[in-house]
Design a protein around this ligand. Structure first.
Ligand code: HEM
Length: 491
């Protein structure tokens, strides 16, 4: 390849990009800088504009390209083309993030990881925008900004603040299940390559005959799931804030491609009729014993980005990106997210963000009613009609329209009005099972230590409220936190 010749942004050759033009003066050395020096002006003004808003949440991340391959036949469950045909391969873009920290923050913090996958399918892009734990903190979308503010920086001190964190959660105890996960060993993965990924919401899978079932998506790493202790994570955060980012990059560039299996849990409509509010409540899981994992395929990450900003920062994942064969449900959180992500992306990346390289569909796109706007880089549909129902339009409607028109099986369960439901006993059942059946004694002790550390500087009354909240999961948890915090020399 011939060496590129330096030019200005519109191609004019530049003799030396490291030297600006000055006019000599008669008084000693130095010179007069002129507005005519386009190299200097372009360089300075572009630099001033190279920052864009970072994601309001999930700003710190690593990403990579890869492919997804179908390994089992689930054609009886869904007509989604990318999930059909054993051996079928689909390109993917992957992004793994922390939630609360800013773009330059440390990787090895205790936090929920975002797990985003964009499948570039022949029917357009399908995104799974999930988390590394199976449940979420809130079930009413109006609480989402408050949840995140309570985990971020205090408005006065500009520091993360455990008083704010616990003040939010004790008054929103629907988050107790997610908190039991967060303060367990899972809260600090030691590698991006070994995290689980959950779609979290309930979706629908629609078969070719139009029959649908409810489902949940699960990614499981084929490597063992491993974690850092709090102390190790703190040490690593100081030594290398980008530890996870580097680990993923080094593995891929060294040919050690990380892989995950994709599974679904499936609920038949008859089961959904009587399943109650956990059907669409993302503070709850569907037990594996009732809804076993069904294997679908395998994702392999095999290519690092050539340019982080262009390919990962400009990526726009959204739960609203769904292809025929998979559809939304009445989960209010899912519906709010379907609005919120493209809205955030229009603000962060501009109205034509779908034309940017990481978001461009690989199939033909014909949406002539979305045209113009800042930064149009396509031919903008030339002279095609820009109004609907034109007989002059070359476009024809798609025949695939049935997927989204289902009557939901919600008549007998409590989805309607779910947001107003106060936290009740049912909310403590699954965290109790997690604590009693999944955690062993070492994990329990470590969990109590992890929570107790965060209570060192919170007011006594709030500490009591935290103890009361976890005591409802199991009275022993409250006793252990109480004992641990009383014994701490910091209190
Ligand atoms: C990122 C909103 C709940 C996972 C974001 C972004 C917004 C947002 C505005 C930034 C998007 C961007 O700028 O590209 C919300 C709202 C929620 C919600 C309003 C609830 C009502 C959730 C839940 C999950 C989740 C339940 C997981 C199941 C993620 C992930 C990202 C993200 C993984 C990063 C996407 C990427 O990799 O670019 N969220 N979120 N969020 N959120 Fe949420």
């Amino acid at each position: 390849m011939p060496k590129p010749v330096f030019t200005l942004a519109e191609g004019q050759p530049v003799a030396d990009p490291s030297v600006s033009t000055t006019l000599p003066t008669t008084i000693g050395s130095g010179g007069l800088t002129t507005l005519g020096d386009t190299l200097l002006i372009e360089t300075l003004t572009h630099f001033n504009r190279e920052r864009i808003p970072e994601r309001v949440v999930h700003a710190k991340a690593a990403g990579a390209w890869g492919e997804f391959e179908v390994t089992s036949d689930i054609s009886s469950l869904t007509s989604a083309k990318f999930l059909n045909g054993v051996g079928k391969k689909t390109p993917v873009l992957f992004r793994l993030s922390t939630t609360g920290g800013e773009k330059g923050s440390a990787d090895t913090v205790r936090d929920v990881r975002g797990f985003s996958v964009k499948f570039f399918t022949e029917d357009g892009n399908h995104d799974i925008v999930g988390n590394h734990v199976p449940v979420f903190f809130v079930r009413d979308p109006v609480r989402f900004p408050s949840l995140n503010r309570s985990h971020k920086r205090h408005p006065a001190t500009n520091r993360p603040d455990w008083t704010m964190f616990w003040d939010f959660h004790v008054n929103q105890p629907e988050s107790v299940h997610a908190l039991v996960h967060l303060f367990g060993s899972r809260g600090i993965p030691d590698s991006i390559r070994r995290v689980t990924g959950f779609g979290v919401h309930t979706f629908k899978m629609v078969a070719a005959d139009g029959r649908f079932r409810y489902c949940k998506f699960h990614f499981r790493p084929t490597q063992n799931i491993t974690h850092f202790s709090g102390q190790e994570a703190t040490r690593v955060a100081g030594a290398n804030a980008d530890f996870h980012t580097q680990d993923l990059w080094d593995a891929i560039s060294g040919g050690q491609f990380p892989t995950w299996k994709l599974y679904v849990q499936v609920m038949e409509l008859e089961q959904a009729e009587t399943y109650g509010r956990a059907l669409f409540d993302i503070t709850k899981v569907w037990p594996h014993k009732d809804f076993p994992l069904i294997e679908v395929g395998q994702m392999t990450l095999n290519k690092n980005p050539e340019n982080y900003f262009a390919e990962i920062e400009q990526a726009a994942f959204s739960p609203s990106n769904m292809v025929p064969g998979i559809a939304m449900t009445p989960d209010p959180m899912l519906q709010a997210r379907m609005f919120a992500y493209p809205d955030a992306q229009r603000y962060r990346l501009g109205v034509n963000y779908t034309q940017l390289p990481p978001n461009r569909a690989i199939c033909p796109v014909y949406a002539p009613y979305e045209r113009d706007g800042m930064g149009t880089v396509t031919r903008n549909y030339g002279g095609d009609p820009n109004y609907v129902r034109s007989t002059l339009s070359p476009g024809v409607p798609s025949q695939v329209v049935s997927d989204v028109r289902h009557t939901e099986r919600i008549a007998h369960n409590a989805i309607l009005g779910q947001n107003e439901i106060l936290v009740d006993d049912e909310d403590y059942v699954q965290p109790r099972e997690l604590w009693n059946r999944v955690f062993d004694e070492t994990e329990k002790r470590q969990w109590v230590a992890n929570v107790s550390e965060t209570l060192e500087s919170v007011p006594a009354q709030l500490k009591e409220a935290v103890i009361a909240m976890f005591s409802k999961v199991d009275p022993r948890i409250g006793q252990l936190i109480d004992a641990k915090t009383k014994n701490s020399s910091h209190l």
